[in-house]
Design a protein around this ligand. Structure first.
Ligand SMILES: Cc1cc2nc3c(=O)[nH]c(=O)nc-3n(C[C@H](O)[C@H](O)[C@H](O)COP(=O)(O)O)c2cc1C
Length: 183
């Protein structure tokens, strides 16, 4: 299969996930790893499987990725899988986490789902994990979302570690699974 991994990443978190996916797919398939800037939507038709990755911005995929998805052709021959990194605490574990995650990253999955339905794309699934916030995003979170000092320290100490070893391993498992169901 010809595989493309294309990502939008400002501070490198999503790129790390793209590289983990590349490590797996390139072992058995002709794979290209590219920054979104290097790819035109028309190029996608040269591939059998496309992994599209994004940082989460304003609870959604980043605007350049949303534009890219809008331009995606209808009923394309390639299969699509998605991945994204977000700084909000993941939904697992508690109801509060779930509510926060929905509020701050909930549109990412919806954007992929919308493409699947509206563009009749064979969408194979998505991967997501946390990604360390940049200093200005940390400041925004501290000022506007987690104002309590102790809570913020607890949040930021954990958030800064991602993507961690487990996230990278999970991304590799995701890539293996997507390959398996796309053959
Ligand atoms: C402009 C901007 C907006 C962001 N908005 C969100 C957000 O709404 N929810 C969230 O969980 N993370 C948000 N983040 C944090 C990033 O999604 C997170 O740090 C991600 O891992 C960055 O990926 P990158 O290193 O590939 O750019 C935002 C980051 C930036 C720069």
């Amino acid at each position: 299969m010809k595989v493309l991994i294309v990502y939008y990443s400002q501070t490198g978190n999503t790129k790390k996930i793209a590289e983990a996916i590349y490590e797996i797919t390139s072992q058995s398939h002709d794979t290209q790893l590219k920054n979104l800037k290097e790819v035109k939507v028309d190029d996608l038709n040269n591939y059998d499987l496309v992994f599209l990755g994004s940082a989460c911005h304003s609870a959604d995929l980043a605007p350049p990725v949303l534009k890219f998805l809008e331009k995606t052709p209808t009923s394309p021959d390639f299969k699509l899988a998605g991945f994204f990194t977000h700084s909000v605490t993941p939904p697992e574990g508690s109801e509060i986490n779930k509510v926060f995650y929905e509020k701050w990253a909930g549109k990412c999955i919806k954007a992929f789902e919308k493409t699947k339905t509206e563009k009749e794309v064979d969408f194979k699934g998505y991967f997501r994990c946390r990604g360390a916030p940049s200093p200005d995003i940390e400041e925004f979170i501290h000022k506007s979302i987690i104002t309590d000092e102790n809570e913020f320290q607890e949040y930021v100490e954990e958030a800064r570690k991602h993507p961690d070893k487990t996230d990278i391993e999970d991304a590799k498992k995701f890539a293996q699974e997507i390959l398996k169901i796309s053959l």
